[in-house]
Design a protein around this ligand. Structure first.
Ligand code: AMP
Ligand code: MG
Length: 331
């Protein structure tokens, strides 16, 4: 079965084509176009206009580059939520139009669950992980338990990526700021004290963000602030992930989301996993960031487990929680 997936929850519009081969996911193509605001954060309407401008070309390019025919596509999947309303509606509209034109079934999926399933589908040995999902807007620790994907811990305010981007913006770094902060942090080992804020299984970044901005205003070395931000936030994330692994008795940890490409975060989580005798997995970068292939793969899993969706049911849900998705493809 070949499935075309459209991702459009926030800053990126992506189109991916996947084919299932012996229950694993073969990615045929995975194209992404990212909206970069000239200044400030993401404006939902402007991001949606960006997506609308590129989606048709992305679909055409993905078909051509994957060397398939429109008639070869068996299923259309799209990101139904969570995300920014105008962006979700743009992706959903394109998916509905394609489904009606090609007369192929349509399926909407949960974006966060897709980040986990693409790891299971593409990374060898990754079977039942705890996912540390670290992106711009989302920061969640997710695992399968009692028939559903459940959130074991999450941010109570901003996502880790947004926290890094907001700090970067305040000190004049270009968006996306995460990679620049990672580079700057490499030139320091001088730790500046920052709030370490864990509440039960949840975490909060806003106090830390304010403290980091205050350090910058007082003229502390930028490299030291970046280093301290990474050390503190990544330690918080690793702690909550480890506790989720202990509670669920899972022996695997998987990274997902744009911040998963950070080498220091990878290292910390890997050390934790090794100490527990657990396995550590991180998919390739293009499958960690928001992408169409992960949507296509989850669409395939959902469809082949018997679920169907009418056009009426394909309405987007900005607050589509991870544990709201019915999971019939796992035992
Ligand atoms: P996503 O929302 O999952 O597409 O991820 C985008 C976020 O990842 C942005 O906030 C980026 O700043 C962040 N990001 C990307 N690469 C890195 C990196 N190497 N280190 C830290 N954050 C990163
Ligand atoms: Mg994401």
């Amino acid at each position: 079965m070949i499935c075309l997936g459209i991702e459009g929850t926030a800053h990126s519009i992506g189109v991916g084509l996947i084919k299932d081969v012996n229950k694993t996911c073969r990615v045929l193509i995975n194209l992404i176009k990212t909206y970069k605001p000239e200044k400030g954060g993401i404006h939902p309407r402007e991001a949606a206009n960006h997506h609308a401008a590129y989606i048709a070309d992305l679909i055409r390019d993905s078909i051509q580059k994957a060397k398939v025919d429109f008639n070869d596509i068996d299923l259309i999947a799209f990101s139904q939520g969570p995300g920014l309303g105008p962006c979700l509606r743009t992706a959903a509209t394109a998916a509905r139009a394609l489904s009606l034109t090609l007369e192929k079934p349509l399926i909407g999926v949960n974006h966060c669950v897709a980040h986990l399933e693409i790891g299971r589908g593409t990374v060898k040995g990754c079977l039942d992980p705890v996912l540390l999902y670290v992106s711009g807007a989302n920061t969640q620790v997710i695992a399968f338990a009692e028939g559903k994907y459940r959130v074991f811990g999450e941010t109570l305010d901003v996502g880790i990526g947004n926290c890094l981007d907001k700090f970067g913006r305040a000190v004049g770094l270009e968006f996306p700021c995460g990679p620049k902060i990672e580079e700057l942090a490499k030139n320091s080992t001088h730790y500046l004290s920052l709030p370490y804020s864990i509440k039960g299984m949840d975490i909060a970044f806003s106090g830390l963000l304010t403290a980091a901005e205050n350090y910058a205003q007082k003229g502390k070395r930028l490299e030291d602030i970046c280093y301290s931000m990474q050390e503190t936030t990544f330690a918080m994330l690793t702690e909550v992930t480890e506790r989720a692994m202990a509670h669920t008795e899972k022996q695997e940890v998987l990274l997902g989301g744009g911040v998963a490409s950070n080498k220091r975060l990878q290292k910390m989580v890997q050390i934790m996993a090794t100490d527990r005798g657990a396995k550590f997995f991180v998919p390739s970068r293009d499958l960690c960031v928001d992408n169409g292939a992960m949507i296509a793969w989850l669409g395939f899993l959902t469809y082949q487990s018997g679920q169907r969706m009418s056009i009426d049911e394909s309405i987007i849900n900005q607050r589509f929680r991870t544990d709201m998705m019915e999971v019939h493809w796992r035992g």
